[in-house]
Design a binder for this molecule. Structure first.
Ligand code: ZN
Length: 329
């Protein structure tokens, strides 16, 4: 298949240098054009290597389907409606894409991705008591005005603070996104090693799943497939679409591998990792009139439509039919 963005000389090809520390699962940055897609699990210390022959590992009922290029490692998936929360960290009343308009658009995105064609790909994952539902509910957000850079520990602290203060509910069926404005760094490797990551921690006795995603307008070349996206408020402000892409990657992984012991392949790659920055077939803004004026003028690409918006979201690994990156079931 022709690279959907071949004219832009973007390769759908990314080297996987996975984060070894701190039990994080990360969406790695894009690599330069011309690199073949080359997953590299070297240095990945997050997971024990899964047995290569567990394709027959005991499904109870029919909720654990194996033999599709990704392995079940015994842990739970998130079932029922998954609640997504946001902690807006940094300065989200700022310039560029660090704006209230971006906050609103991202919250709309999270509030409508449930049941979308892309989200339903995740329903091919299950555990011994049930399958992922594909339902996602936006559960609320809180704003933390700050100038301090983040560390892995500070990301966790932001989640814990939001819960213990009551600004967000304590929810073991939730995914808490810490979204930083583009002036904020996450010093363990945002923009250099990853675009986002997800993990879990026991906070106040609860198994809390959370994710860091930075505003990728900090590093368009590393974390954006296009510098102007279908939802850009201005040409060159691709952060909103880039963040949505990274968030969908982390959301699918958090749901299918919430405790980092459920679904990943023998290289340690979760479903999102197996399709990192792999978008599949795309359309061009103007086709259905749902892009912003800037997205349309820049002929931005998109491959998903839901909630009245176009999005450019990487595919997800489909755990059926032998397995493949898929935009829909
Ligand atoms: Zn990932």
């Amino acid at each position: 298949m022709q690279s959907p963005l071949g004219k832009m000389k973007y390769a759908l090809a990314f080297l996987f240098v996975l984060l070894a520390a701190n039990f994080l699962m990360a969406q790695t940055v894009r690599e330069g054009a011309g690199v073949n897609r080359a997953p590299d699990g070297a240095g990945h210390g997050t997971h024990e290597v899964a047995p290569s022959n567990n394709a027959q590992a005991g499904p109870i009922g029919f909720t654990v389907n194996t033999g599709n290029g990704i392995n079940y490692n015994g842990g739970p998936v998130m079932k029922g409606t998954v609640n997504a929360y946001i902690i807006w960290y940094g300065n989200w009343n700022g310039t560029g894409s660090n704006t209230a308009a971006t906050r609103s658009a991202i919250e709309t995105f999270l509030g409508t991705i449930g049941g979308s064609a892309l989200e339903l790909v995740n329903t091919t994952y299950g555990d011994n008591t049930g399958n992922v539902s594909g339902a996602v509910h936006f559960g609320g957000s809180t704003i933390v005005s700050a100038t301090q850079n983040l560390t892995d520990a500070r990301v966790q602290t932001q989640v814990n603070n939001a819960i213990t203060s009551g600004r967000l509910p304590r929810d073991t069926n939730g995914v808490y996104f810490v979204l930083s404005s583009s002036n904020i760094n996450e010093t363990s490797g945002f923009c250099t090693r990853y675009c986002g990551w997800h993990t879990r921690a026991t906070l106040g006795g609860s198994d809390i799943k959370y994710s860091f995603v930075g505003n990728v307008d900090r590093c368009p070349s590393g974390c954006e497939i296009q510098t102007t996206g279908p939802n850009s408020a201005a040409v060159g402000q691709g952060g909103i679409d880039g963040m949505a892409n990274t968030m969908s990657h982390e959301l699918e992984e958090a749901i299918s591998d919430p405790d980092l012991n459920a679904w990943f392949d023998s290289s340690g790659q979760e479903n999102g990792d197996k399709c990192n920055f792999n978008f599949g077939a795309t359309s061009t803004c103007n086709a259905n009139g749902l892009c912003t004026a800037s997205g349309t003028s820049a002929a931005a690409k998109y491959n998903q439509t839901f909630g009245g918006h176009n999005y450019m979201l990487q595919q997800n690994w489909r755990n059926s039919g032998g397995g493949a990156c898929a935009q829909h079931l």
